[in-house]
Design a protein around this ligand. Structure first.
Ligand code: BTN
Length: 242
C-alpha cells in the first residue's frame, strides 16, 4: 500500500485531489495527516479533529465507478468497509446514519466525504476521505460525537485501524460486482433508526414524522409517511432529527 504520511495539511482530500491532477496516482494510495487545518465535511461543512488523536485519511480509488448515475455505489462499499473494519476491533453497536456517518450506539464516531473527479476519458477517480475519532476524549462542543477510546475505555493504534480499513476496502471493491445485492442488504440492515418512527426536517424547514425503510441503489432514502405513502428523498433534501 502506498502511504503518504503528513504532519499537517489543509485537507487530505484536497491534497490527494491535487496530486492526482498532476500525476498518475496508484490505486488505493492513502494519505494521512496528524493535523488537518481546513478539514472538509459533508455539504460544505468543516471537519475538526484534535491533532494527533484521530485517523484523518483519504484513499484514492480509480477503478470502481464507471457510471455517473451510480455514484452512490462507492458510498455503500465505503460505509460497509468501515463498519467491517471496526467490527474486528470489537466496537459495539455500529450503524450507518444515511448517507455515510458511522455511529456507535447513537454517537457519531466517523464521517465520510467522497469526492469524485470525472476525467475526460470518462473515467472516475474517487477520493474517499474519512475522519474517524479514535483516541480523542474531549467532545465538549459536540454532544453527538464520540470516539473509539471513549466508547471502549481504551486507546487504539491508529495505524492498525488504517491498515484494516484499506485491506477491507480493496477486498470489497474486488467482490462488489458479483455481490451488489448483498452489499445493499448489508447497508440497509446497518441503517441507523431503520423501522423506527423518527422526526425529519425538509430543506423548507417543514418537519414531519416518518419511518426509514431503506435506501435505493441510487442512494435515495425511502421513508414511509404518516399517510402510509412511501417517499424517496435525495441526500440534500432532508435531515433526521435525533
Ligand atoms: C462529515 O461531514 O461527516 C464528513 C467528514 C469527512 C472528514 C474527512 S477527514 C479526512 C478527509 N479530508 C477532509 O478534508 N475531509 C475528510
Amino acid at each position: 500500500m502506498k502511504h503518504i504520511k503528513l504532519d499537517a495539511i489543509d485537507s487530505t482530500n484536497e491534497f490527494l485531489k491535487g496530486l492526482s491532477s498532476i500525476k498518475v496516482v496508484d490505486n488505493f494510495t492513502v494519505v494521512t495527516a496528524e493535523n488537518q487545518t481546513k478539514g472538509k465535511g459533508q455539504m460544505g461543512s468543516s471537519w475538526t479533529s484534535e491533532p494527533t488523536k484521530n485517523l484523518i485519511m483519504s484513499v484514492l480509488v480509480n477503478d470502481f465507478l464507471f457510471d455517473k448515475n451510480r455514484i452512490f455505489e462507492i458510498n455503500i462499499v465505503t460505509a460497509i468497509t468501515i463498519i467491517e473494519a471496526l467490527q474486528t476491533f470489537d466496537i459495539p453497536k455500529l450503524s450507518i446514519k444515511w448517507p455515510n456517518d458511522i455511529l456507535s450506539d447513537n454517537k457519531k464516531i466517523g464521517g465520510v466525504l467522497i469526492e469524485n473527479c470525472f476525467k475526460n476519458d470518462c473515467k472516475i477517480i474517487s477520493i474517499i476521505g474519512l475522519g474517524l475519532n479514535v483516541n480523542q476524549i474531549d467532545f465538549e462542543q459536540l454532544p453527538k460525537a464520540s470516539s473509539l477510546a471513549v466508547i471502549c475505555n481504551t486507546t487504539f493504534d491508529k495505524e492498525s485501524i488504517l491498515f484494516k480499513i484499506v485491506e477491507k476496502l480493496k477486498y470489497n471493491c474486488l467482490i462488489w460486482k458479483d455481490n451488489k445485492e448483498i452489499f445493499l442488504l448489508k447497508y440497509n440492515n446497518l441503517l441507523f433508526k431503520k423501522g423506527i418512527p423518527m422526526p425529519f426536517v425538509q430543506q423548507s424547514q417543514q418537519k414531519f414524522m416518518g419511518i426509514i425503510q431503506g435506501v435505493t441503489t441510487s442512494g435515495k432514502l425511502k421513508i414511509i409517511l404518516e399517510n402510509d405513502s412511501i417517499v424517496e428523498f435525495e441526500i440534500k433534501e432532508i435531515q433526521m432529527l435525533y
